[in-house]
Design a protein around this ligand. Structure first.
Ligand SMILES: NC(=O)c1ccc[n+]([C@@H]2O[C@H](COP(=O)([O-])OP(=O)(O)OC[C@H]3O[C@@H](n4cnc5c(N)ncnc54)[C@H](O)[C@@H]3O)[C@@H](O)[C@H]2O)c1
Length: 351
C-alpha cells in the first residue's frame, strides 16, 4: 500500500494572523518596523534586479482587488490585496491581504502568509524610511490625517525610524481619532487629538494623509501647506482616488516608487503624464538627490509597490526560522511518481 500522508515536499510554511501577531510581539513592534525598513531599503538599493510591473488591478463600483508580483531572479513573490473604502461601515476591513514567496528555480512556494497586518507594517516602514531621507532635519512632529487601520502603524514607524516625538491626530470621524489616541497611549509618543486638519498641521514638519474614499478628495488644500514640510500621502492609491489639491503637487518635489504604477494610481494621476518625479531607489543609492533645501516641499506619492511586499515576506521568512510562529500547510500535491498525479487522487478514494 502506498503512503497517503503528505511528504515533506508537500508542506509550505504558513503564517496565520494569530502567528503574525505572536511574531510582532516576539520581536517588538518598533524593532519589527525598523527591521522591515532595513529589508525594504536593501531591496530598493538593488532595484534594477527586480521584475517590475504596475500591479494588476480589477476595479468594481465598490473597490479594487489587486495582484502585486515581482521577482529578484532567485525568489518570486506576490501579494493579493483589496481596497474597499465602504467596508468599515459593514464591519469589514478596507484592506485585507495575503502573500506568497516561491523558489524561482523550481517554482515551489516557500512561504504563504497573512498580509493584512504585514501590509500595515510594511506601508508604515516604507513611509518612515522615505521620511528619513526626505523630511526636514530635526523633524519631530507629524500631522496624522485619517486615523483608521493604518494610522497607529504610521505613527509608530515615524517614531522608531524618523525620530518623530509628537503626532497630531485628525479624522472626520472623532471615534477613529479616539481609537488611535487610545491605542497609542503609553507607547512613547506625545499624542494630540485635533478638531480639524488645519489644527493637526500646526507645527508639523511631516504631514501624513491616510484617508479612504473612492473619489478625488481634497484632504489638503494648497493654502494649508507651508514651505519646508514633507508630505507622506498614503491614501491616494487608485485611479480616481486622490487626497491632494493639484496646486500642492505643482509646488512639491515628488518622489515615487515605480513611476509607471504611480502615474496610474498616485496623486500624480492629476498631472501631465510627463510631470517630473524622482524615483526613490535613486535617492537611496545616491544617484538622485533627496531634499536639497529647507524651504522645499517634498512629497512621497505613496501607492505601495510589489518589492515592498517582497521585502516584508523575505523578512518574515527569515524571522520565523527556528520558531513556532508558523504551521506547515499541506499545500502542494506530491505524488511518489511526479507523473502519477491521477493515481494519487485515485488511491485517496474512500474505501
Ligand atoms: N500607499 C500604500 O502603500 C497603502 C497601503 C495600505 C493602504 N493604503 C490606503 O491608505 C488608506 C487608509 O487605509 P486604512 O486601512 O487606514 O483605511 P480605514 O478605512 O481604516 O481608515 C480611513 C480613515 O480615513 C478617514 N477619513 C475619510 N475621509 C477623511 C477626510 N476627508 N478627512 C479626514 N479623515 C478622513 C475615515 O473616517 C477613516 O477613519 C486607504 O485609502 C488605503 O487604500 C495605502
Amino acid at each position: 500500500m502506498s503512503n497517503l500522508a503528505p511528504s515533506d515536499k508537500a508542506y509550505v510554511p504558513f503564517v496565520s494572523v494569530d502567528n503574525m501577531m505572536k511574531l510582532v510581539h516576539h520581536i517588538g513592534i518598533e524593532p519589527m518596523l525598523a527591521g522591515l525598513a532595513d529589508y525594504i531599503e536593501e531591496d530598493f538599493k538593488r532595484w534594477e534586479l527586480f521584475d517590475k510591473t504596475p500591479r494588476v488591478a480589477s476595479h468594481s463600483e465598490e473597490g479594487v482587488i489587486e495582484l502585486m508580483p515581482t521577482s529578484d531572479g532567485e525568489v518570486y513573490g506576490f501579494k493579493y490585496v483589496n481596497g474597499h473604502p465602504k467596508n468599515t461601515r459593514e464591519g469589514l476591513q478596507t484592506v485585507t491581504a495575503f502573500g506568497l514567496l516561491a523558489n524561482v528555480g523550481n517554482g515551489y512556494p516557500v512561504l504563504l502568509s497573512e498580509m493584512t497586518i504585514l501590509t500595515a507594517l510594511r506601508t508604515a516602514a516604507t513611509s518612515a524610511l522615505v521620511a528619513k531621507y526626505l523630511a526636514p532635519k530635526g523633524a519631530d512632529t507629524m500631522a496624522m490625517i485619517g486615523n483608521g487601520a493604518q494610522s497607529e502603524f504610521q505613527s509608530l514607524a515615524m517614531k522608531a525610524i524618523a525620530g518623530i516625538k509628537t503626532v497630531r491626530l485628525f479624522d472626520i470621524d472623532k471615534g477613529a481619532t479616539r481609537k488611535a489616541a487610545k491605542n497609542l497611549a503609553g507607547l512613547g509618543l506625545n499624542v494630540v487629538e485635533c478638531d480639524s486638519a488645519e489644527a493637526a498641521m500646526e507645527g508639523a514638519q511631516i504631514i501624513t494623509t491616510c484617508t479612504a474614499d473612492k473619489q478625488y478628495a481634497t484632504i489638503l488644500t494648497d493654502n494649508m501647506v507651508g514651505a519646508g514640510v514633507h508630505i507622506n500621502a498614503i491614501g491616494g492609491d487608485c485611479p480616481g482616488k486622490t487626497e491632494l489639491a493639484p496646486a500642492i503637487l505643482e509646488r512639491s518635489d515628488i518622489f515615487v516608487e515605480f513611476p509607471p504604477q504611480t502615474r496610474i494610481e498616485g496623486e500624480i494621476q492629476q498631472m501631465a503624464p510627463d510631470h517630473p518625479v524622482t524615483e526613490l531607489w535613486q535617492v537611496m543609492t545616491g544617484a538622485a538627490r533627496g531634499r536639497t533645501s529647507d524651504a522645499q516641499i517634498t512629497l512621497f506619492d505613496s501607492v505601495g509597490f510589489a518589492t515592498e511586499d517582497f521585502s516584508a515576506l523575505r523578512y518574515v521568512r527569515a524571522q520565523i526560522e527556528g520558531t513556532d510562529y508558523f504551521q506547515d500547510l499541506d499545500m502542494l500535491a506530491d505524488p511518489d511518481d511526479p507523473r502519477d498525479l491521477f493515481g494519487m487522487v485515485r488511491r485517496a478514494a474512500p474505501k
